[in-house]
Ligand binder design. Structure first.
Ligand code: OXD
Ligand code: MN
Length: 582
């Protein structure tokens, strides 16, 4: 037996001793195993079968009404030294966190099955991939992990060969929000989650492993684990450029990753390929370019707002073999959510007869889980062990005012500043108030597994002689007019903005230099056929110098919050821009 397999067995035994399950099931990821779990959950009511004629092999799960989103206030990074977790994280001393979790885990699986899930984040044969094992008492978690990761026998075989794997322990406990914690021990490569069955808290391969633990691991190993989609844009000549883009949760990453070109572009031969919609691991290749993989194998997307108009690709992949969580259902048992033009909800997400007085039929953070391969814009490049080379990195937020539709960073250091100072209005993906503007550096505020100041320094460190780094851009699809209407059509038309970026990448257009970055020259961004009112583009591309001057001051305060650890290069860059704006 390999030493890793022995270590895994030992850990499984020690967890069983603590949690006292009735039985242990090692998951191999097979169809038969999955069928058995689905049948089990249909029997317990954890899953409800949806209409088999319209949605074969689709199921609905209703979570506990108090367990519907990530819980950032109960999510901790437990490093030995508090300053290593940084002001961007909640911190708990590892010994205290272990004591707390051990008390919660004590006997928590009595009468339950304990599932052992070996998984690989990323293509099974990629050097960029990393493995983990999640132990859970939730069959719903197993069924979702099977879609979201490469789970089972192949992952176990890789674990046997490697030196380390991430250990994740999860129990739904009694779902009491007062006994809910999501703990991360990056120094031990381990995760402990208790009291929630919700995706981001319970599918430990996703946010906990592929972002929080991986970002820490990436820093030590010279790569980056980011909250980014990866999309391939094929131009009419047949060249494909890959772009990674970071947006905070529920700001349209899935829609951008699955973008359908506007009709004129389609006619001209533009195509869009989806590599990933949420997480990107990237590393410099031998040629100095950054190569990216999507560590996930499926999509755990927000359902409301998904329609043929906003994301026809996503809608098409949801007709079969999908798990829905907290959506409503129609009288003939089809899944339903706000934003679908057809159908009427008969039951809401809590299983009550639908009544508008109770709020939306689908929870605003209701989700679908589906294999990436079902997406019509899926590309086999998502399986390439080398990853895809990135031409551009995009940062973006949800901002009603001030922030232009698009601007380009002058160089890597400026781009890191742009990412580090990103801000966005909060959404329903996390428990808490919605619509508050907060700084969300690189969209990683909830997900960086270490001190943001060190993380910014790590980003800066990629600017080495010989590096062929992607160009960095910032976008804002969400600008509103004074009467509250979106100024930019968004969705498929965002390709127009991507086209401008790629022209900047190949040097075929100039730009207007401003203190905040380079903006499109009038006429360089293709708006043909959009019918935008006169003045809209001017407004979308206007740089309000006074407004930005105040923002720079605010960014300075934000950086000061990280004290001496904030990289000098970022502070200098900020001062330079502030001076130009004065
Ligand atoms: C997600 C999130 O689920 O960011 O992707 O919350
Ligand atoms: Mn996300």
């Amino acid at each position: 037996m390999s030493s890793q397999l022995a270590a895994l067995n030992e850990w499984v035994q020690s967890v069983a001793k603590l949690t006292q399950p009735e039985r242990i099931q090692w998951c191999d990821g097979s169809d038969a195993e999955n069928r058995g779990l689905i049948d089990l959950m249909l029997g317990t009511g954890d899953l409800i079968k949806l209409n088999p004629d319209t949605h074969p092999n689709c199921y609905l799960h209703r979570s506990h009404p108090s367990d519907v989103a990530r819980v950032e206030h109960l999510t901790f990074v437990c490093t030995t030294r508090e300053e290593d977790a940084g002001p961007n994280n909640h911190w708990m001393a590892p010994a205290e966190a272990h004591a707390k979790m051990n008390a919660l885990y004590d006997g928590c699986m009595r009468g339950r099955t304990m599932y052992v899930i070996p998984y690989c984040m990323g293509p099974i044969d990629s050097p960029l991939s990393r493995c983990g094992v999640e132990i859970t008492d939730s069959p719903y978690v197993v069924a979702n992990m099977r879609i979201m990761t490469r789970m089972g026998a192949a992952a176990l075989a890789r674990i046997e060969r490697e030196e380390k794997f991430v250990r994740g322990l999860h129990s739904v406990g009694d779902l009491n929000p007062d006994r809910r914690f999501i703990m991360h021990f990056p120094e031990e490569l381990s995760i402990q989650s208790f009291g929630s069955g919700y995706g981001g808290n319970a599918l430990l391969g996703k946010k906990c492993h592929a972002l929080r633990i991986a970002s820490y691991q990436a820093r030590n190993e010279g790569w980056l684990a980011e909250h980014m989609l990866i999309v391939g844009i094929e131009n009419p000549k047949g060249d494909t450029h890959y772009v990674a883009a970071a947006f905070p949760s529920a700001c349209g990453k899935t829609n951008l990753a699955m973008l359908i070109p506007p009709e004129g572009y389609r006619r001209d031969g533009w195509k869009v390929w989806t590599v990933g919609d949420d997480i990107c691991w990237m590393r410099p290749g031998a040629d100095g370019r950054l190569y990216a993989i999507n560590p996930e194998a499926g999509y755990f997307g927000v359902a409301p707002g998904t329609s043929a108009k906003t994301n026809a690709n996503a809608l098409a992949m949801l007709n079969q073999d999908a798990i829905f969580t907290n959506v409503g259902v129609t009288a003939d048992n089809q899944p339903w959510w706000e934003g679908l033009p057809d159908g009427t909800p008969a039951k809401d997400w809590q299983g009550r007869d639908y009544d508008a007085k109770n709020g939306p039929a689908a929870h605003p953070n209701s989700r679908f889980t589906v294999s990436a391969k079902q997406c019509p814009s899926y590309t086999a490049k998502a399986e390439d062990p080398q990853g895809v080379p990135l031409s551009a990195i995009v940062f973006g937020g949800r901002r009603e005012s001030l922030v232009p539709l698009v601007f380009e960073a002058r160089d890597w250091t400026h781009g890191v500043l742009v990412g580090a100072s990103m801000a966005s209005e909060t959404t329903a993906a996390a428990t808490g108030a919605v619509g508050i503007v907060r700084r969300d550096s690189m969209a990683m505020k909830p997900f960086a597994g270490y001190n943001f100041a060190d993380y910014f320094a790590h980003w800066l460190s990629f600017d080495q002689p010989g590096a062929q780094l992607p160009k960095i851009f910032h976008v804002n699809w969400f600008r509103k007019s004074s009467d509250g209407k979106f100024l930019w059509p968004g969705f498929g038309d965002n390709l127009r903005v991507l086209e401008w970026m790629l022209k900047r990448v190949d040097g075929s257009v100039d730009a207007v230099a401003t203190p905040i970055g380079n903006l499109p020259k009038a006429g360089d961004l293709n708006t043909a056929g959009l019918g935008l009112d006169a003045g809209v583009m001017e407004e979308l591309l206007h740089v309000d110098r006074e407004g930005w001057y105040d923002v720079m001051e605010n960014i300075g305060d934000y950086f000061n919050g990280f004290g001496e650890r904030t990289p000098t290069a970022l502070k200098t860059e900020l001062q330079k821009i502030t001076a130009q704006l004065a």
